[in-house]
Design a protein around this ligand. Structure first.
Ligand SMILES: [Zn+2]
Length: 118
């Protein structure tokens, strides 16, 4: 998604404004901010400072983290990070401890995303 649209989008979803990526499990969709693929912008410098990570590595971290959510249908951030580490180490994702979504959470996510479509 274009960076100029990213902040208003995160604001509407009540998500962390610093984040350059998120996954909507109910929609089976992962969203990445354009800045992850571009360099030399004020926003890319801001992200590098915020995450103390160079932009090329940040893209890999963001993608593997979001895969951690998506592959195991995992909502928990710590668990997504654990799964991301497995993927970056070249291992398969271990979803055995994944908590997943309860049907009511799935429904809430689905309704929320439907209401927020542009
Ligand atoms: Zn996450």
């Amino acid at each position: 998604m274009r960076s100029k649209d990213w902040q208003p989008f995160l604001l509407r979803l009540h998500l962390d404004q610093r984040s350059p990526a998120f996954t909507a499990l109910g929609e089976r969709s992962t969203f990445l901010e354009e800045v992850l693929f571009l360099s030399d912008s004020e926003r890319s410098s801001e992200l590098e400072r915020s995450f103390t990570t160079p932009l090329p590595q940040l893209l890999g971290l963001a993608v593997t983290h979001e895969l951690g959510h998506a592959i195991c249908h995992e909502m928990d951030e710590t668990a997504a990070n654990r799964i991301a580490e497995q993927l970056r180490a070249g291992r398969s994702a271990d979803c055995s401890r994944a908590r997943g979504l309860a049907p009511i959470q799935e429904l809430a996510l689905h309704r929320r995303s439907l209401n927020l479509r542009p």
